[in-house]
Structure formats: structure tokens, C-alpha cells
Design a binder for this molecule. Structure first.
Ligand code: MN3
Length: 208
């Protein structure tokens, strides 16, 4: 996969900064991608500069093997490799205009597990609202089972052996400029710009 190895670079978003308007504003996208994600990338490169032996690990491996790496870099790796992985994952699943809801096998699976798309949406919203402080809500495959989970800070489902399908970043920097403290409005807006085609591709990749 491209840009999976040291030295990491901050690739352009797969759309323009203003593409997600009015759901996510241009200024937030600039700051979120060019400042926040850039900082995680710079920090991750900086950590690995001093550990040439780990430079051949992919971003996914760095996250999965964090506990086996030297203890003095574990927490900064968890924060920064996670910050890079989570932000890329989040940004890559947004588009505008977006499909209304999932289709195909993912739609069937969501209906089977959650009852309906609306029930899924309610459960996901509740999970995203429940994150205390900073973190993410995720749709994951956990031992083949579709589940909604949350992670604090920049932790990822990969460290728990789960496979991510969809995520929302609920750190305040993701919504504060437009929505202030109203996370629920941000979540509602985010539901309008989910690239369900790509989410389904993620799902198919995980079940194959
Ligand atoms: Mn963020």
C-alpha cells in the first residue's frame, strides 16, 4: 500500500478542502489535515528517525506490535502512529454528494445485526456521543462480527485485533469551529457525507 512506510508523508486529501461543505467547513478541513494530521506524521517520523530497525514496519504493523517495541517509545508510538492511521482512515471515507445509506452486502449485514439502517444510525450516534473527551467511534469486524465500538485518544481497533470498517473522529478539533460544543450536530452532518461505497469495499476486504 502507498505511503505505508517511513518516511511518512502527508498526502493530499482525496477531494478539495471545500468539498464537504456545508457539512464540514473548509477551514476545519485545512486545519485538520494540514496541521493536526501533519503533526502526527512529523512526530511519527521523528520517533522512527532514531530507530532504523523499526523503519521497515508498516503503519499497521507499528500499531499492532506497539507492545513489543521499546517501552520508552510505546506511548508516543500509540499516539502518533494511531493519529496518522485514524485520520487517514477517517478522511478517506468522506465524500460529497454521498450515497444516502449503505448498499449491497453491507446493507444486508447492517439490517441483520442492527435491525435497520435507522437503528444502526441511532446506535452509532449514541456511541459517538458517549466518547468522554477525545476519541473515535467505529464500525468494526470483531472475530467476523459487525460491532460498534469506541476508542479513546488515538487508540485504534487494530491493537485489539479488530478490523475497522468506518470511523468518526469526535475530537473537538474535528467540529468545534462550526458546531462549537455541539457534537450531536456534527455527527448528524457527518452522516450526510459518508462514502458508503468505500465503506462497503472495506467490509468486503475484511470478510474475504
Ligand atoms: Mn482529528
Amino acid at each position: 500500500m502507498q505511503n505505508e512506510y517511513y518516511p511518512f508523508i502527508n498526502q493530499s486529501l482525496p477531494y478539495n478542502y471545500d468539498t464537504l461543505e456545508p457539512f464540514i467547513d473548509t477551514k476545519t478541513m485545512h486545519l485538520h489535515h494540514d496541521k493536526h494530521l501533519q503533526t502526527y506524521i512529523d512526530n511519527l517520523n521523528h520517533i522512527l528517525e532514531n530507530y532504523p530497525e523499526f523503519q521497515k514496519l508498516s503503519i499497521t504493523e507499528l500499531i499492532q506490535y506497539t507492545n513489543m517495541l521499546p517501552t520508552d517509545i510505546q506511548q508516543s508510538l500509540r499516539n502518533n502512529a494511531g493519529g496518522v492511521y485514524n485520520h487517514r482512515f477517517f478522511f478517506d471515507l468522506l465524500t460529497n454528494p454521498a450515497p444516502d445509506m449503505p448498499d449491497g452486502v453491507l446493507k444486508s449485514k447492517i439490517n441483520q445485526i442492527f435491525g435497520s439502517y435507522d437503528s444502526f444510525k441511532n446506535a452509532f450516534t449514541k456511541a459517538a456521543l458517549s466518547v468522554f473527551g477525545s476519541g473515535y467511534a467505529w464500525l468494526v469486524l470483531d472475530n467476523g462480527r459487525l460491532r460498534i465500538i469506541t476508542t479513546p485518544n488515538q487508540n485504534t481497533p487494530l491493537e485489539m485485533d479488530m478490523r475497522p470498517i468506518l470511523t468518526i473522529d469526535v475530537w473537538e478539533h474535528a467540529y468545534y469551529l462550526k458546531h462549537y460544543n455541539m457534537r450531536k450536530n456534527y455527527i448528524e452532518n457527518w452522516f450526510q457525507i459518508i462514502n458508503w461505497t468505500q465503506v462497503e469495499t472495506n467490509y468486503k476486504k475484511c470478510i474475504s
